[in-house]
Design a protein around this ligand. Structure first.
Ligand code: SF4
Length: 354
């Protein structure tokens, strides 16, 4: 990437720079290398929201940085809090696009941030509200990472985001380069220092990119939105992705994935009444996942205004889970959070956008 020179009139957000690029910048300015560590620490450890806060740089040096760069978090357009503590942020990007980020509080002080990777989405999953927007654009790395920084900066000192899931708006692997760089910064010790096991990228099944992610510099957890046990049903509910990579191709690819040691794939399975929730589906799921180190996460469907599907009854979800347990498949049922503010899985949309 071409660094802006000190003569560049347009200021760039310093969050656009990788760690290496910050080091190059420091060298270009003729400063000692440790200055790069200081700047990185201010951004990622001390959550500075402005270059002026970097008080171990002299006023003159801060001004030299500010001549070329800004340090900008995201602008909050709206913020909603659910009765269960879940918070939903609608962020306004510089070009007017809007994206949603959801903070989920659960037991044992776990704070999970669900972040977006695209404004809208490349894909057209029929059970998902985001799909109705179509793709507006990919997010840049700084816009992905700024979702974390903007939310963390609002939390009290006793609270810290412990887990990140890229399950918000968009198909993360359709924006692989920016998402990989964001994951690098999420897990790097000098960055946000989360364990790679606490960062999850969720894909609808972009097969070549799944392998690329795991072979890249940030081999985080992979979760695959499966949702069907036959091509006929997957064609109906996830038409675009299943045309590109049909179920059999996806499952075969999962068997070959270069997973890090002691790591497994999570298959997400949204339960849609009368569509994919029969015990025959559970049997097929058992056969499909044979030989894959995996866990299955059953997701009660969250209806939204005008949604074409209904939620499976709780007893049927339990029967489905039981069937999988009987075949020794680790299966959890996701506890839905933030339903009352449309912050739950598949309910995200920039519905307030003008
Ligand atoms: S479920 Fe995910 S991949 Fe599918 S349309 Fe919605 S945001 Fe995109």
């Amino acid at each position: 990437m071409q660094l802006p020179t000190l003569k560049t009139p347009d200021k760039q957000n310093i969050l656009a720079l990788s760690f290496d690029e910050i080091l190059k910048l420091v060298q270009e300015l003729g400063w000692k290398k440790y200055r790069a560590d200081q700047i990185i620490a201010w951004i990622y450890k001390r959550h500075a929201a402005h270059l002026n806060e970097m008080t171990d740089l002299s006023k003159t040096d801060r001004q030299r940085l500010a001549d070329v760069f800004t340090l900008s978090h995201l602008k909050i357009a709206t913020h909603q809090q659910s009765s269960d503590g879940t918070e939903k942020f609608l962020f306004a990007l510089e070009d007017g696009k809007q994206i949603e980020t959801v903070l989920i509080r659960s037991k044992k002080k776990r704070l999970t941030l669900c972040i977006s990777s695209q404004a809208g989405c490349t894909l057209d999953c029929r059970f998902c509200l985001t799909a109705q927007e179509g793709l507006k654009r990919n997010l840049r790395t700084e816009e992905i990472i700024a979702q974390f920084l903007s939310v963390q900066a609002r939390l009290s000192e006793s609270e810290a985001i412990t887990n990140v899931v890229l399950m918000g708006m968009g198909e993360p692997l359709a924006n692989l380069k920016a998402v990989t760089e964001a994951c690098v910064r999420l897990i790097a010790p000098q960055g946000l220092a989360l364990s790679a096991r606490r960062v999850t990228v969720s894909t609808a099944g972009l097969v070549p990119q799944m392998k690329k992610l795991l072979q890249g510099p940030a081999p985080v957890n992979l979760s695959i939105s499966l949702n069907a046990t036959t091509n006929a049903i997957r064609d109906e509910i996830m038409p675009k992705i299943n045309r590109l990579y049909p179920l059999d191709v996806l499952i075969e690819a999962c068997k070959q994935l270069p997973l890090p040691p002691r790591r497994s794939i999570t298959f997400e399975y949204v339960m849609l009444a009368g569509v994919n929730d029969s015990l025959e589906d559970a049997s097929r799921l058992t056969r499909l996942t044979q030989g894959i180190s995996c866990k299955i996460n059953l997701i009660p469907f969250n209806a939204y205004p005008g949604s074409p599907y209904q939620a499976t009854a709780d007893e049927q979800i339990l029967a489905f889970q039981n069937h999988l347990h009987q075949h020794n498949i680790r299966t959890t049922i996701r506890k839905s959070k933030g339903r009352d503010i449309l912050a739950a899985c598949g309910q995200l949309t920039s519905q307030f956008e003008q």
